[in-house]
Design a protein around this ligand. Structure first.
Ligand code: NAG
Ligand code: NAG
Ligand code: NAG
Length: 615
């Protein structure tokens, strides 16, 4: 530690190798204020103060500066105004205080997270001729990193090197952290290498920072490798490090590996904490490994680590999603018995669980219980219930909840609107769906491509083709135009007997820069079959592989159904064979059609022979 960057060499190295590697370019306006010229600290305000007062003055000054130092150290700076007041007084002092007095105050402002203010203050100091030292500049780097401008941070580093200062360990670690914060993990790893090559031994904090960053971007394997390196370097590993990696492994569904790390840490005498256990329980729950969940819960009790609301919520949520509502309710009750109040997340899981099974009454009573217990329903709670009402065509009750949302001052989100728009279409009231669509925009809620897909589908199903086309023109002008929207519209047009328009849209996709997906092809094939254009349907299917989009079982079922409906037994047989060879199977509808064909009296022997093997 403390070894110098081999100055010019290393600077060149950093700027030429590291910086481009991090996709960082040196921005000009950052450079301009990095190369500001210094005035000398002697200024007019100083020379104007009278000589006689200097003695008393300097006593007061020292007292004041000591006071500022104490305030900073004891964390007594109340707020930004307080800090700015002190700063103001300091810059009016004569002689000006030392840079390290300022740095201390700046540190306090950083702790209040006023990052851009600190940068401005440093500029102000410079304009007064107070040259920042490496600590000040490190603070500046830290601020830029927090403002997501690690690139400016590097410009400051360049300046540190140019001034002939030695960046210290914290300077570089701060940049490592900044890179991690912006997800530039490879850049961070590279910077650590540069640090190592220049004699800076990365410390536990640097490594932990990188491990955290790696985990956040899902590079768990690299995180584990770094952990191993830390072990080799005899760094002290702690529960936070292990928990971070365990959590990441669980998120990547590598639960066995996560459990291995748990035994590794305990064998080293590092005790898992609540966070570690909650991650593992979540991981095991995702796989329905309930027995192991129970083991962990017991282990927790033995270690006197009490599950908290998060732990219980994980259990309730997974049980609900898996349809185990009785068990979910049991866990929920245990939680309350233990004096842990369920939160909005817990209630939402329970409500959602009931809704998934269409048990509306129980969902509503869970919702009411939530309100009674003083836990505020979120927009998500309302949206779940609105959705289940809409699915069951109970649109009035859905609307009732929607009004309740507005009365409570909660702002409906795009999902809420999409659900209701779909609900009104489903009950054959597309005009109200359209009204809602306009209302949401008037309320400042932008529709997403899902909104358009739902509304277009609803308009087509309700035979409002003209309205659908009109809406479609609006989407086309926006960047929202997604293949999903075309799929909905092409399907709607086909079903409404507007094959020509549908076909036109389909063949124009490429010119719009969109690629049809399997569903698009399948929809088009269905439309063509419906109108008896079987050859064109066949040609389209043959072209799919060449266009990088292989037909799936749905595509085959569709064309086979079309061919059978038009009595094209031989052609249907061809696709049946391909389908079976590819390992797909016919769906129930096709199976029934084949059965009927075989058993019907008209079926001749040829057909029997042709189709026998597929029944
Ligand atoms: C700044 O002040 C110092 C000490 O008073 C002096 O040695 C130095 O030459 C001055 N620098 C400039 C650029 O005036
Ligand atoms: C320092 O001197 C410059 C040049 O005379 C002047 O513009 C500036 O306002 C002075 N700063 C203070 C704080 O008096
Ligand atoms: C079978 O596939 C055809 C064509 O895609 C479809 O129309 C039909 O609804 C499907 N039947 C079942 C039971 O999924």
């Amino acid at each position: 530690m403390g070894m110098a960057f081999k100055s010019t060499n290393s600077l060149a190295f950093l700027l030429n190798h590291l910086v481009p590697y991090c996709h960082v370019s040196l921005p000009f306006h950052a450079l301009t204020f990095c190369t500001l010229t210094y005035n000398n600290a002697t200024n007019t305000s100083c020379s104007s103060s009278s000589r006689e007062n200097v003695e008393i003055h300097s006593q007061n000054q020292n007292q004041f500066l000591r006071f500022v130092r104490d305030q900073c150290k004891t964390g007594n700076i109340r707020n930004l105004d307080h800090a700015l007041g002190l700063f103001d007084r300091m810059i009016r002092m004569c002689p000006l205080p030392l840079v390290r007095d300022f740095t201390q105050l700046l540190g306090a402002i950083v702790r209040m997270r006023h990052y851009s203010v600190v940068i401005t203050l440093i500029r102000q100091m410079e304009s007064l001729g107070i040259a920042p030292d490496v600590y000040t500049l490190t603070i500046m780097i830290n601020c830029f990193c927090h403002l997501n401008r690690v690139d400016f941070g590097f410009s400051v580093l360049a300046r540190i090197l140019k001034l002939g200062y030695q960046p210290n360990h914290i300077t570089l670690t701060t940049l490592v952290k900044g890179l991690c914060l912006q997800g530039k993990i490879s850049g961070a790893v590279r910077l650590v290498e540069v640090m190592e090559n220049n004699g800076y031994k990365p410390d536990a904090i640097t490594c932990a920072t990188i491990i955290n960053g790696l985990c956040k971007v899902g590079e768990t394997n690299m995180a584990i490798r770094l952990l191993r390196k830390m072990e080799e370097g005899n760094f002290e590993l702690d529960v936070v490090l292990y928990s971070t990696i365990i959590d990441s492994l669980c998120k990547e569904r590598l639960v066995t590996e996560a459990l291995n790390l748990l035994s590794e840490m305990t064998s080293k005498g590092i005790q898992p904490n609540l966070v570690t256990y909650t991650s593992l329980i979540q991981g095991l729950c995702n796989f329905g490994r309930w027995r192991e969940v129970a083991t962990l819960l017991n282990e927790m009790t033995q270690r006197k680590i009490m599950p908290n609301v998060q732990t219980f919520s994980v259990l309730v949520d997974t049980l609900c999603k898996g349809g185990k509502l009785i068990e979910a309710k049991e866990v929920f009750d245990v939680m309350i018995q233990r004096g842990i109040q369920p939160n909005t997340v817990t209630y939402n899981s329970l409500i959602d669980g009931y809704c998934l099974q269409n048990r509306i009454d129980e969902a509503v009573s869970a919702f009411n219980m939530m309100v009674e217990k003083g836990c505020s329903p979120s927009i998500f709670s309302y949206s779940i219930l609105i959705n289940v009402y809409c699915k069951n065509k109970r649109i009035d009750e859905a609307m009732c909840l929607f009004h309740e949302i507005s009365n409570k001052g909660i702002i409906p989100n795009v999902v809420t609107y999409n659900t209701l728009i779909g609900g009104f279409c489903r009950v054959g009231r597309p005009h109200i769906a359209l009204e809602l669509f306009h209302k949401m925009q008037a309320c400042g809620q932008l529709p997403n491509s899902q909104t358009y897909a739902i509304l277009l589908n609803g308009l087509c199903k309700n035979k409002q083709i003209a309205k659908a086309m009109e809406l479609f023109q609006q989407v086309e002008d926006k960047t929202l135009c997604h293949i999903v929207i075309y799929n909905v519209l092409i399907d709607g047009l086909c079903n409404a007997g507007k094959l020509m328009t549908a076909r036109q849209l389909f063949y124009c996709l490429a010119s719009k820069g969109l690629k049809p997906n399997v569903l698009t092809y399948t929809i088009m094939i269905k439309g063509l079959c419906k109108e008896g254009l079987l050859d064109e349907a066949g040609d389209l299917l043959e072209k799919m592989d060449g266009n990088g989009c292989s037909p799936n079982d749905r595509t085959y079922n569709t064309i086979i159904q079309g061919l059978l409906q038009h009595n094209e037994i031989i052609k249907a047989r061809k696709y049946l064979k391909i389908m079976v060879d590819k390992g797909y199977s016919t769906n129930a509808t096709i199976a029934t059609m084949l059965d009927d064909l075989l058993s019907s009296s008209q079926a001749d022997k040829n057909i029997q022979e042709l189709l026998q093997e597929f029944v």
